[in-house]
Design a protein around this ligand. Structure first.
Ligand code: GMT
Length: 376
């Protein structure tokens, strides 16, 4: 019997939106009926799939509301879709607000539906320490039929922060294998003003404070003094102008290229030699997998789930948060030793394929759905 899954997620660019959308696509390819419930069409959903449906949450803003009631509109839409489309499972990405809204929706719906909640990080590591949200997050976790976390570190943090007894399953984020394909723009390096002998460092994020993008710039400043190189900064967010000011202050305007938000980072990774993710909080770091599968070694910080993704000294390096000189030394070591770089590059690709392939990980979600479905 075809299983019908409702996926509740943020549709915007960002790891959780990417994981939720790619999961939906893989499930649809395995003949599930998939219903996305979100404010706009998830950005990765470019193709038409006959068994993927999109239900738009329309946030009404009557003058009587001081704030647009997104959560209530979402809960109402989820409940309507559960009954009309006869959903079996709701898979909510983020405890707050998506799991909470799904729980409320399931109580309003006539149909019995199971709720799977995936924790992605910010709900636990940032909202979890806010008393306003703490009780609600615990409730969302306790009321979900199954909770998953994207890394062992996030599972542990959740258990500690909320004194949760309920078993949490770790289901890592996943990545599709990248077929060897031509660059869609063959002379991208020169078009970006990078000469063939220059090494390319790359950072991709939403420029939130936790990403410490200023550290990326400072590491690059130290690296650039020793290796001819350029830094690509991809993404946008609250820290963007601060980072621009720092680049200007350090006289790096010629060397640092701001590319803003990019949907398709594949070509940019293809011309990159090193990926930096120097966050102070990171439950997994999906961008690391995107780099590794393209054969780009990564340097990450020793926090959250990053050490579960990068194998220190094998396919990248793990460094202390904020240790600018130490990180830069590692970057120089890797960028000046071709043999070492080749070894790290092929290990990175292999490690991502062996441990985080979509085939392997999507099957884990399917096992969870199967188990819950058998309880209906
Ligand atoms: O990193 C962000 O700020 C975005 C956030 C999101 O909602 O996409 O990312 C979180 O979920 C990703 C997918 O599971 C993880 O790869 C990121 O590590 C996690 N971010 C944080 O924990 C800060």
């Amino acid at each position: 019997m075809t299983k019908k899954i409702g996926i509740v997620c943020y549709p915007t660019v960002g790891g959780s939106g990417v994981v939720a959308t790619e999961l939906g696509i893989h499930l649809a390819e395995k003949n599930y009926e998939v219903h996305f419930i979100s404010t706009t069409m998830p950005f990765r959903l470019k193709r038409l799939y006959p068994n993927i449906y999109f239900h738009e949450v329309d946030v009404s803003n009557y003058p009587v509301f001081k704030h647009p009631p997104y959560d209530l509109s979402l809960a109402s839409k989820i409940s309507e879709v559960i009954d009309r489309e006869e959903l079996d499972i709701i898979h909510a990405h983020y405890a707050v607000p998506h799991a909470i809204c799904s729980i409320f929706a399931s109580q309003m719906a006539k149909r019995d539906v199971k709720i799977v909640t995936t924790l992605h990080g910010t709900d636990i590591t940032i909202l979890g320490i806010d008393d306003n949200f703490n009780h609600m997050i615990r409730y969302a976790i306790e009321q979900s039929d199954q909770v998953t976390a994207v890394s062992e570190s996030l599972k542990k943090q959740t258990e500690e922060a909320f004194q949760i007894q309920k078993p949490i399953k770790v289901v890592y984020n996943f990545i599709d294998n990248v077929e060897e394909r031509e660059l869609s723009c063959s002379d991208l390096k020169s078009k970006l003003g990078i000469s063939s002998n220059e090494k390319v460092l790359i950072h991709i994020s939403n420029f939130r404070q936790v990403k410490r993008v200023e550290d990326v710039v400072r590491v690059f400043e130290q690296t650039f003094k020793r290796v001819e190189s350029k830094l690509l900064l991809v993404g946008d967010g609250p820290e963007h102008s601060k980072v621009r000011n720092l680049v200007n202050e350090l006289n790096l305007d010629e060397q640092v290229i701001f590319l803003g938000r990019q949907d398709n980072v594949h070509d940019l990774l293809k011309i990159s030699d090193l990926k930096l993710l120097l966050s102070e909080k990171e439950s997994f770091g999906l961008v690391l997998l995107e780099a590794m599968i393209s054969g780009v070694p990564c340097i990450g910080t020793n926090i959250g789930g990053i050490p579960e993704v990068i194998e220190d000294g094998q396919n990248g390096y793990i460094c202390e948060v904020g240790n600018i000189n130490g990180i830069s030394d590692k970057a120089v070591k890797l960028l000046t030793d071709d043999n070492l770089w080749q070894k790290f590059s092929s290990h990175a690709k292999q490690y991502a394929e062996n441990n985080f392939s979509s085939d392997r990980i999507v099957r884990k979600y399917e096992e969870i759905y199967d188990q819950l479905h058998s309880q209906v």
